[in-house]
Design a protein around this ligand. Structure first.
Ligand SMILES: NC(=O)CC[C@H](N)C(=O)O
Length: 200
């Protein structure tokens, strides 16, 4: 892509502003997405942390769930953090009743997996291709199991906390809260690669 990629941040609930800042710092044009028309105009999308049940309900209410599924199926690059990772899972182990996912990554996730005593913590996570990254975990999920097409990018305490499948990227932790924009940089790189692949 000769021009700067335009990356949306799903702005229904959660830490939208921090992702907009991190994406801008990683050389993308970033804007909030709340409506299907806005989704149609972006090259890629970040799904922030927050509460996955709330985001899923609001996505239905705003008429975004099907358009989101369609774009992810169509190969739009997407990056989910924490609640966003849950939304990208094909299957949730312990969903709230009626909780929908967008899907796209062949994985089973466990919500709030790190448990009560450890509801929020920071840890250094070795991310493939990046090295150690400071991970902020807030009532974070982990990935219980992955299918053959999924690349595991990081583990913490023996549990999978970062994955990639095709043009979808997901982390259990929140890189947007640390001021280190390398994970967003990795995603912006993916978006550029996808654009280059598309125009070949
Ligand atoms: N920081 C977060 O995004 C928390 C995720 C939350 N526990 C959920 O189930 O959606």
């Amino acid at each position: 892509m000769a021009t700067t990629p335009v990356i949306g941040v799903l702005a229904l609930q959660g830490d939208v502003r921090e992702h907009l800042i991190a994406l801008a710092a990683a050389d993308a044009v970033a804007r909030p997405v709340r409506r299907p028309e806005e989704l149609a105009e972006v090259d890629a999308l970040v799904i922030p942390g927050g509460e996955s049940t709330t985001i899923s309900k609001l996505a239905v209410l705003f008429g975004l769930l099907e358009p989101l599924r369609e774009r992810v199926r169509g190969g739009m690059p997407v990056y989910g953090t924490c609640a966003g990772l849950i939304l990208l899972a094909d299957k949730i182990l312990d969903p709230r009743s009626g909780q929908e996912t967008i899907g796209g990554i062949d994985m089973i996730v466990r919500r709030n997996a790190f448990g009560r005593q450890n509801e929020s913590f920071e840890a250094s996570v070795d991310v493939q291709g990046l090295g150690p990254v400071e991970g902020v975990f807030i009532r974070a999920p982990w990935v219980e199991s992955v299918g053959a097409e999924v690349e595991v990018l990081a583990e913490h305490g023996g549990h999978i906390v970062a994955v990639r499948q095709g043009w979808s990227l997901a982390t259990s932790f929140h890189p947007e809260l640390t001021g280190d924009h390398r994970v967003h940089g990795l995603f912006v790189e993916m978006v550029r690669e996808k654009a280059a692949a598309g125009s070949r």
